[in-house]
Design a protein around this ligand. Structure first.
Ligand SMILES: [Zn+2]
Length: 367
């Protein structure tokens, strides 16, 4: 049991004063020590910032504002539940927006976080090594990863034991009977029901149809004036989302599917909330990566750790609501810092590419 020390509350006031940026080598050393101290029971909390290097921009800027897409109006939960019109609109736009979600790849931050956890699952003794050495080699640093992201990139990078605080884009669930199915499979059903729309995706003209895709699967369609289509007739046919067909549940026959994403106006499921809080309380350290903590469901976890005296390290480019709560705070790119820390810990080469951000691409909600 590690000793936990709570800092007095006046530290909050002190830490609101802009502090000097920690030199990079110092940050690497401090974070390495933080991970070693909490090993093997660090909990990680991630947000949209970890996916920006996979070309999924963080929709909140340094001041927590919607800098990339100020006009975005998300589908609200109540509207989706009650309104057939809202569901037509959502599924039409989601149908166009989902293909890039399937193909987006993890970046070095995802792989570094996976590497921090990876060795924990194996405890087999390697011939030729003494027992202590083997045990140490197979002990990971991280137990559970909690993410606000719905893109599934942590899973693609190999992280296990993930709590998806705001759900996932990769499944849909019947709102009546709870029947779940894979979103890729659902995409095929939508394609079969809507051959004209599918034709648009196949002919690669969808990029001109929408300017931004939001990670709740919703696409921001360009206005007519922004359209760059060859055929105006085709555009008008395509953009009428009322024509878009979506299926009722294949299990109960009457229920409607909803993406397994927590919409605006919807609560985080109770079991997910409780499990995430329990996981934080059981941790020996909380590493927060790439989030401004603007969403209360995430901020609450950091506050919980603080109140329980659990050490907190926070990596985020720009302001974060958790700044005053963190014992260690790095205003850095998580990709560079975590690659260096993984190297310091001898975790081997961290794979993954940092992609150039597209001018118009994915926006992420729920962080
Ligand atoms: Zn059903």
């Amino acid at each position: 049991m590690r000793l936990r020390i709570s800092l007095p509350s006046f530290s909050k006031a002190l830490s609101t004063v802009p502090s000097k940026r920690t030199p990079f080598p110092t940050a690497v050393q401090e974070l390495t020590s933080f991970l070693r101290d909490g090993r093997p029971n660090i909990t990680i909390l991630t947000g949209a910032g970890v996916s920006t290097d996979s070309a999924i921009p963080d929709y909140r800027g340094e001041n927590g504002t919607y800098t990339l897409n100020p006009d975005y109006k998300p589908v609200f939960y109540q509207a989706f539940v009650r309104s057939d019109d809202a569901r037509h609109r959502y599924w039409a736009r989601s149908f166009l927006g989902f293909p890039p979600v399937m193909t987006t790849q993890p970046n070095p931050t995802h792989y570094a976080l996976a590497a921090l956890q990876a060795q924990q699952t194996s405890s087999t003794h390697q011939p030729g090594q003494d027992q202590d050495h083997t045990h140490k080699d197979h002990l990971g640093y991280v137990r559970t990863l909690i993410t606000q992201n719905v893109d599934g990139l942590h899973q693609k990078a190999g992280t296990k034991d993930i709590i998806e605080l705001h759900g996932t884009l990769h499944r849909v669930k019947c709102m009546s009977c709870g029947h779940e199915r894979d979103r890729s499979e659902f995409q095929q059903i939508l394609a079969d029901l809507n051959p004209n729309w599918n034709e648009m995706i196949q002919s690669n003209t969808t990029s001109s149809l929408y300017s931004r895709m939001n990670a709740d699967g919703d696409v921001e369609l360009n206005t007519a004036g922004q359209q760059d289509l060859h055929s105006k007739n085709l555009r008008q046919r395509i953009l009428d989302y009322h024509t878009f067909q979506y299926p009722t549940c294949s299990n109960c026959g009457s229920g409607h599917y909803k993406p397994s994403v927590v919409f605006f106006g919807e609560n985080v499921p109770k079991a997910v909330k409780e499990r995430s809080m329990q996981t934080v309380l059981e941790a020996d350290g909380l590493l927060v990566v790439g989030t401004s903590l603007a969403t209360y469901s995430a901020f609450r976890l950091v506050k919980l750790a603080k109140d329980a005296g659990i050490p907190i390290a926070l990596i985020n480019l720009g302001y974060s609501r958790g700044d005053a709560l963190a014992d260690l705070r790095y205003d850095e790119s998580s990709t560079h810092l975590l690659k260096a820390v993984a190297n310091e810990l001898g975790l081997g080469e961290i794979p993954g590419l940092v992609k150039k951000h597209f001018q118009h691409t994915l926006n992420v909600i729920g962080s």
